[in-house]
Ligand binder design. Structure first.
Ligand SMILES: [Zn+2]
Length: 171
């Protein structure tokens, strides 16, 4: 199944990869009918020079493909651009898999350690380190107290669930 380019998370991710203008141009390219440079300009309100440089980059990454037709009178080529759904899916799946690995590692860390903090925003320390400092903040000297990271764990679990369900939609 093709990824929905209007999904908020998909947009955010694509923007990190191809930039804001890149996403606008990518969304203006059509999956089936295709869009010409001028069509993209009409949809995005971007300058043609900007569009052409974005198209080059998107094409280089394999996210779009084109069909060209020669005008017999002018000898000029007209390019029609299509989104390459398979490649977009592949790029997004790869990025999500990376991200998922990262938050799963973080969850593992958060749920396996007890953390301590001074309450002054100096950062938190795992039990082992806090006890090495005799439960005194190494930065401000305040007493280190056990902190509850249940909400952080809940937040991470929620994020993992969301990314997994988004990944499922791609299959
Ligand atoms: Zn402190």
């Amino acid at each position: 199944m093709a990824v929905s380019l209007t999904n908020r998370q998909v947009n955010k991710l694509l923007e990190e990869i191809v930039g804001h203008d890149g996403v606008l141009v990518l969304k203006a390219c059509d999956l089936k009918k295709g869009t010409t440079d001028e069509g993209i300009a009409k949809k995005t309100k971007l300058k043609l020079s900007t569009i052409r440089s974005q198209l080059n980059q998107l094409h280089y990454r394999g996210l779009i493909r084109y069909h060209r037709e020669k005008n017999v009178d002018t000898n000029w080529y007209t390019y029609t651009w299509f989104t390459n759904a398979d490649k977009i899916n592949e790029v997004i799946s790869g990025e999500w898999a990376n991200y998922l690995g990262k938050i799963e590692k973080q969850l593992d860390y958060e749920s396996n350690y007890v953390f301590y903090s001074c309450g002054n925003g100096c950062g938190k320390l795992p039990f082992e380190l806090a006890s090495e400092y005799d439960f005194t903040c190494p930065d401000c000297g305040n007493e280190l107290q056990n902190i509850n990271n249940k909400s952080k764990v809940r937040e991470l679990l929620g994020e993992i669930k969301e990314v997994k369900s988004l990944m499922k939609q791609l299959k």
